[in-house]
Every structure is written in C-alpha cells, then in structure tokens.
Design a protein around this ligand. Structure first.
Ligand code: ADP
Length: 716
C-alpha cells in the first residue's frame, strides 16, 4: 500500500439486527481490504460511530427499536461527512426513497444482494468519502496557506512601509548631509579665502619690507615672518584641496598647454631650494614626449611640485632626477610618465603601503624636522586619478626613493605636431662637456630635438682631443657647452685652453654652472665665453641662448664686445616687450600685484577702476590685463564688455584679460568667462599662480628673475 492509499479511510460500519447478514457481509468485504465494524442496533451503531473513525455506514432499514432511517438521521447529525448506505428489501424501496433523498443517503442495497453490487456500491461510497476528505484537507491546507500568505503579506507590507520610511529618512539625511557638505565646502572655501587674504598681505608686505634697508637682526625677523607665512599658506592650500577632493568639488580645468614648458617651470621654481642644499637637480625629458597637449596643467604641476619638493626635502646630498617619458601613445592621446628619484633618506618597506593615506607621515618625528601635513601624497594620488593616471613609489631606506606617476593627456590638434626649428641652429655641431653622465644625456636629448649634431666628453682632456680632431677632419664644432665644476680640469681652465688654441678659436663657448657665484659671470666673459647659464637649464632657455649666440656670430658681431648671454638676459629680452595693466581698487592689493610683477621682470601699470582701465587701453598697447571684478564706478565685468566691444576706442579688443576675484567659488569663474574674460585667478593673488597666468597669456615664455624663487610657494 502506498502512502496515499494508507491515508484513505477503509473503516466500514455495518448495523443490522440479523447476525447472519452481518457476518456474511463482513466476510465478503473483509476480503476487499475494508476494516469492518458492526453493531446489532442503531444505538450500538451510534456508539461505534462516536468512538471510531468510520468512513461509510451501511444500515439495515428494518430493525427493532430504532429503524435504519432514524439511525442514519442520527449519523448525519453527528457526523455529516460519513457516507450513508441503506440496506432494504426490494419491496420497501419505494417507501424508503423519500427518506433517501431527504437524508442525502449515498446509495442503497436491496436484499438479496449480489456480491458484485455490494462491492461496487461500497467501493464508490469509500471513493466518495475519501475524495470529500481529500477535498476538505486541501481546502483546509489552502485556507491555512492563505492565512499564512496573508500574514506574510501583512508582514511584507509592513516591511515595505518601514523601508519607505527608511528611504524617506535616508533621503532627508542625504539631502541634509549634502547641504552640510555643501556648507562645509563653502565654509572651507570661504574660510581659506579669509585666511589667505591676510596671509597674502603678510607675505606681500614682508616681501616689500625685505626690499628696504634693514639691520641684520631686522632682516632675520622679516625673513622668519615670510617663511612662516609661506608654510602656513601651504598648509591651508593642502587642506582646501583635500576637502574639495573629498567633497567631489575639485574640477579639472582642461586647456591646451605646453607640457615641456610646464615641467621646466616646476624645475625653475624649485631649483633654488635644491641649489641651497647643494643638490644636483636634473630634468630629463625624452625627445619623443609631445609638447603640445591638452589637459589640466595646474594640477599636473601640483603633483610634480609635490613630488620634487618632497625629494628635495628628504635628500641631504646627491641628486634629484626628474624623468619624463612616454608610456603609451596613439594618434589622439599620450600617457606620460613622470619619475622623480632622489638619493635621500628613503622609506622603510613596511611604511610604503601607508604613504598615500591621509595625514600619514613615515615617522612622526619628521613632522617636526621637515614640516608638512602628510596630505601632499594623498592629494597627488587623487589628482593623478583625475588625470587618468596612477601613482607609485619604489624606495630603499637610506638609499633614496623614486616616486612616479602617469597622466593621460590629449594631443593638441588632429595631426602631428609641427616643430619649427630655426635654421640658425639646425644641424649645428655641438660638444657637451660634463663629468656627470645624466647631465650629458639631458643636454644631448635637447640638442637632438633641435636637429643638432652632438658629441660628448666627460673631461677637459678628452674634450680638447675631440675638438682638435674635428678641426683636422674638416668639421669643427660650432659650439662647446662646458660644465664649470669638473674634477680634473674645471670649465674655466678648459675654456681658457680652447681660446688659446688658434685652431679652436672659432668655437662658441657656453658655460653651465650649478651655483652662480659672485664674479663668475665677469670672469667667464673675460675668458671669452659667449653665454653663462645656471643649471637646471630649461630647454627653452638653452634654445634661446644658442640661437642668440649663433645669430650674433652669423652677423659677424665681435663677441668680446657683446653682453654675456645669461638666464636673466634671455628672460629680460623676452619680457622687455611685455606690458601688463593691473586694474584693482584696493591699494594694498595693487601694490602687492605690482611688486610681484616687477619681481618677475615685467613692466606693469596700475589703475583703480574700469573707467581708468579703458582709458589706459585706449592710449597704450597692453599685452595683458589683470582685472579685479569688484571695483567702484565701473566693475571688471562691465569694463571687459567695453573692451571686447569693437565699437569702443580700445586699441586691442582681443587683449587677454585675467579676472582676479575674491570668491574662490565655482560660479564666479563662469561669470567672468561669460563676460568675455579669458582666465581667472582667485584672490589673494599667489605669486606662482600669477606668474603662470602671465606666462600663459603673454605666450612669450618668461623666466623667474632673481627674486622669484623665494617668492614662489610650493604647493605640497
Ligand atoms: P608631507 O606634507 O608631510 O610632506 P606627503 O604626503 O607629501 O606629506 O608625504 C608624506 C610622507 O611621506 C612624508 O612626511 C615623508 O615621511 C614621506 N616621504 C614623501 N616623499 C619622500 C621622499 N622623497 N623620501 C623620503 N620620504 C618621503
């Protein structure tokens, strides 16, 4: 029997007063697998019914005391599900019919019965009972399931409501948080602005103070004020940047720029710090690195500054080398790799992992010894990610570190960049004399990009040999670039020997020095050098120097009567032509701006409002306007509109205008640009930023003048 069958009821109750009938039915039906219960009277039958789980009842109609019909009525009352069958004499059937219908009796058997008829009827009766039972069970189960479902549903709905509430709450919290975040960023921007304004006053004014006659004690105090203000500004800039990045509020400013110039600028700014520590600062830009690219030069510069600054900070002796190479390149973009390696204190292996986490410094005590916020590398990491690159470090404790990062930059224009190399230096033969191999490599890379033929010598003796041999072979060197500090024979001695040799006299001499010592330039000129440059030499500077000296010789000038070409003369040449107008109503700010520009070597005039600015632009040809936005009488926006208006009498309607505004927030920049300005710089003006803007918009690349190094603010 299967489980299913076992679940079926097979209990049959037979009620008849005649024992023979009962026993004969029992025998027959027992053989069919039914469990037979029996009773000889209606009352006894009802008792069995109460105590057993009976499925079908078979009752004789004619019984004494209680007849079959009455008995079945009782069954129906007590157990309506039990299936009822009546056993009746054939002749009485008609009488029984009414009762059969009334009591919903399932079927009847007539006496005498056939075994088949009984078996069939009983089987159908049990089928009926079991089916009804099954139905009831199913209904029951369904009902239960429904009830449970409802409960589950109710639970679900409740959960849903809770969820909705939670979402609303979360949204409220998020918008509150966002508002709080906005408020925080705004607060930070405002606060940093508020702090930067007075600091800049301190920096600017202590700069002015240092330019005056001071006793040595006073000078010391003023320098201390200046240095402290510088480092305070660095910390504030770090915190501002970090919080902007945190809040996702730092945007890249994508523009066309010259990658080589940007990198060289960083070197120029930081060179002084390296020289002061006696470090060799070397820049090597591989010749295939594209110059004209598109990206955010300010942010790129910031990362590079930070790494180079750290390298100088954590190195006591040796060199800091910056290598710029191409990692990957296609027609549209190039991934550039910048590597800054030093020979400094290095970083223990177990500390490398934590370097790029906020406020971490390798050694707590370095904070006191070296200063810094521990934010520089974190900011650098975020910035390189924004620039589409990565950052990393290799280091060995006590030996030095090599930090690197990559940035993906779009190339300008569709086609390849066209390099214009003036004829005067193309194909020139140049000998590079330096004991430092890296320096020789750097110079030769630069010369190669200008299509010069170069050779090298690591010392004076070899150099003389090569120079003489070239003359003997009929292809003398046009130029020799000599390093001043060399072990066996220094640059001055070598220069003298070259000039003493009539065969070599025609070779133009260029001197390179790491430290500009007093009287060095004069001595160099006396020996017969045409140029005297300080390392690190920027590519553009060397280029200008070489074209100048070659040009002079070509027109037959007497070299000994010409002024020596130096970094300053080159910068001055470039800057001499540039004129800048500063429109600013605040006298202190005006003074600070003029002072900075003067220090950078530019000519600048100042006016106090928009009206005056327009008047000035009508009378003189300016190359750049630094325009304060808020000014009395006529503000910067209106003045710009007039300048741009072709009907106005301004001489150059297209003069670059850089807005200078007090608000460091986002919308201001857009307003200025909409008004027709070209660029934007926040107030208070920072020297490094001002210089960058001036260079960018005057296109003639200038250089830092003698005071500029100390005026610049490293950003890390
Ligand atoms: P900080 O403002 O302190 O310089 P950074 O994030 O720039 O912050 O640097 C974090 C720390 O990493 C530094 O304090 C220093 O301990 C270590 N570090 C960074 N650069 C160098 C390096 N070139 N040589 C040795 N240690 C370095």
């Amino acid at each position: 029997m299967s489980n299913h069958d076992r679940a079926k009821n097979r209990n049959l109750l037979i009620v008849d007063d005649e024992p023979n009938t009962v026993s004969s039915l029992r025998r027959d039906l027992q053989s069919q697998g039914y469990n037979i219960f029996s009773a000889y009277s209606g009352n006894a039958g009802l008792e069995v019914l109460e105590t057993h789980d009976i499925g079908v009842v078979l009752a004789d109609q004619r019984m004494p005391k209680m007849d079959g019909i009455t008995f079945l009525e009782g069954v129906r009352e007590r157990k309506p599900d039990v299936v009822r069958i009546i056993l009746t004499a054939y002749g009485s059937l008609e009488n029984a019919m009414a009762a059969i219908n009334r009591l919903q009796i399932f079927g009847y058997l007539t006496k005498p019965w056939s075994s088949e008829g009984v078996r069939g009827t009983i089987a159908r009766a049990f089928d009926h009972f079991n089916l009804a039972l099954e139905n009831r069970r199913m209904t029951e189960a369904l009902k239960k399931a429904n009830e449970q479902g409802e409960a589950t549903n109710r639970e679900l709905m409740a959960t849903n409501r809770q969820l909705k509430d939670a979402i609303i709450q979360a949204e409220e919290m998020a918008s509150k948080a966002e508002a709080a975040n906005d408020a925080k960023t705004e607060f930070l921007a405002n606060m940093s602005h508020e702090i930067r304004t007075p600091i800049n006053g301190v920096i600017g004014m202590s700069g002015l103070l240092l330019d005056t006659e001071l006793t040595s004690g006073q000078r010391q105090y003023a320098e201390a004020i200046s240095a402290s203000a510088d480092s305070l500004l660095t910390v504030i800039n770090d915190i501002l940047d970090y919080s902007k990045i945190e809040a996702g509020k730092l945007d890249l400013e994508i523009m066309d720029f010259d990658l080589r110039m940007t990198v060289e600028d960083v070197m120029g700014v930081l060179a002084l710090g390296a020289v002061k520590k006696g470090l060799e600062l070397v820049l090597l830009i591989q010749h295939d690195v594209p110059a004209l690219v598109k990206g955010d030069p300010g942010r790129l510069r910031q990362v590079l500054m930070n790494l180079v600054n750290n390298a100088i900070k954590f190195t006591e002796k040796g060199e800091v080398v910056i290598r710029v190479t191409v990692d990957e390149e296609d027609d549209k973009e190039a991934t550039i790799r910048f590597e800054v390696s030093d020979t400094g204190i290095g970083i223990p292996v177990n500390r490398l992992g934590r370097l790029f986490q906020p406020f971490t410094q390798v050694d707590g005590s370095t904070t006191r010894k070296y200063g810094g916020t521990g934010l520089g590398l974190v900011i650098s990491k975020d910035l390189t990610q924004m620039l589409g690159g990565h950052i990393g470090v290799k280091s060995e404790e006590g030996k030095g570190s090599a930090f690197w990062f990559t940035a993906t930059l779009e190339k300008q224009g569709q086609g390849r960049e066209v390099k214009v190399v003036p004829e005067e230096i193309r194909g020139k033969r140049i000998l590079v004399v330096d004991d430092n191999a890296t320096n020789r490599l750097v110079l030769r890379e630069q010369l190669r990009s200008w299509y010069c033929h170069s050779d090298e010598a690591q010392g004076g003796a070899v150099a003389l040999d090569k120079l003489r041999q070239a003359v003997a072979e009929g292809g003398p060197f046009d130029i020799a670039i000599l390093d001043v500090q060399m072990p066996e024979m220094d640059g001055e001695t070598l220069g003298r020997k070259i000039k003493e040799d009539p065969d070599l006299e025609g070779t133009i001499l260029v001197m390179l020095t790491s430290v500009a010592e007093p009287g060095g330039a004069a001595r160099t000129k006396e020996i017969g050098f045409a140029a005297y440059l300080t390392k690190p030499v920027k590519g553009s500077e060397l280029f200008d120097c070489l074209t100048t000296v070659v040009g002079r010789k070509a027109v037959g000038k007497d070299m000994s009567r010409e002024t020596l070409v130096t970094r300053h003369s080159i910068a001055e040449d470039r800057k001499r032509k540039i004129r800048i107008l500063v429109a600013e109503d605040n006298m202190v700010n005006q003074k600070v701006a003029l002072h900075m520009l003067k220090n950078f070597g530019y000519r600048a005039d100042a006016v106090a409002n928009g009206h005056e600015a327009i008047k000035a632009l009508e009378t003189a040809p300016y190359d750049l306007v630094l325009m304060d936005v808020q000014m009395p009488e006529m503000d910067g926006l209106e003045a710009t509109a007039r300048i741009r208006n072709p009907q106005s009498a301004v001489r150059n309607h297209g003069v670059p205008i850089v807005a200078v505004t007090a608000h460091a927030m986002k919308g201001d920049k857009e307003r200025c640009l909409e008004a027709g300005m070209d660029d934007y710089t926040p107030k208070p003006i920072e020297p490094a930023e001002l210089l960058e803007k001036v260079k960018r918009w005057t296109t003639i690349e200038g250089d830092l003048s003698k005071n500029a190094g100390s005026q610049d603010h490293p950003m890390s």
